[in-house]
Design a protein around this ligand. Sequence first.
Ligand SMILES: O=C(O)CCC(=O)C(=O)O
Ligand SMILES: [Fe+2]
Length: 239
Amino acid sequence: MSDIFPGLPTTDIDAVVRSIDTLGYGVIKNGLSEAVLVRTRQFVEDRVRANHGEYLHFTGAEAVAGTLLQGLSESENFQNVCRTIYERGVSPSPPPPRFHMVLRCLAGASGQRHAYYFHYDSYVLTALAPVIIPTEGRTGDLILFPNVRRIRRHYVTNLFDKICLDNPVTQWALRTAVRAGWLKPVRLKMEPGNIYLFWGYRTLHTNEPCDVDKIRSTALMHYADPHAHSWLRQKLGRA
Ligand SMILES: O=C(O)CCC(=O)C(=O)O
Ligand SMILES: [Fe+2]
């Protein structure tokens, strides 16, 4: 199969890394062609319809076979871009280009429950390819508090961060502060065709809800797990 992603010259990769470090995100404009998007959009629409218009997500290589996530995971250009971003932004020894892949489909009443969940990703770099984004009503923007923590040396510190964040009180406080405008996150109206990159591990982020009668679908390529070899995590069975 031919490479679905055109790749980037090194100078452009440097600009993306600078943008991730300063603005909190980088964009690869028109990284995916309409022809590539069409198939995944169809996949999402078919599955959501079969699920009575309600929320779905697909995780792992098998579940996303035939979609643009498979195409990106097999794309040498995409692998090189992720490796190089990691090299320039994190350390000179990037891990092998393996991805944790998730295709999210927000839809219906259940879709509302999958909005405003603030979290850090488990992987250093997040590449997000929007598949379907509503253009009317509530558009389900991505919201980011960029680079608010460092990569934790020890898994236990990461676990402590998670406990502080992943509870109803903190989630309520963040949601309320963002809705009231007391906290001002970076807000991204994403466009299908572009690929958005950020330090998912370091960036507190979530998505806003969209209207119940709309589909909002995103393809997530997560790269580089800093705690892949953590003894504690293996013991806790969270690997
Ligand atoms: O769908 C989105 O816009 C973001 C989802 C996300 O952050 C995640 O699944 O880790
Ligand atoms: Fe995330």
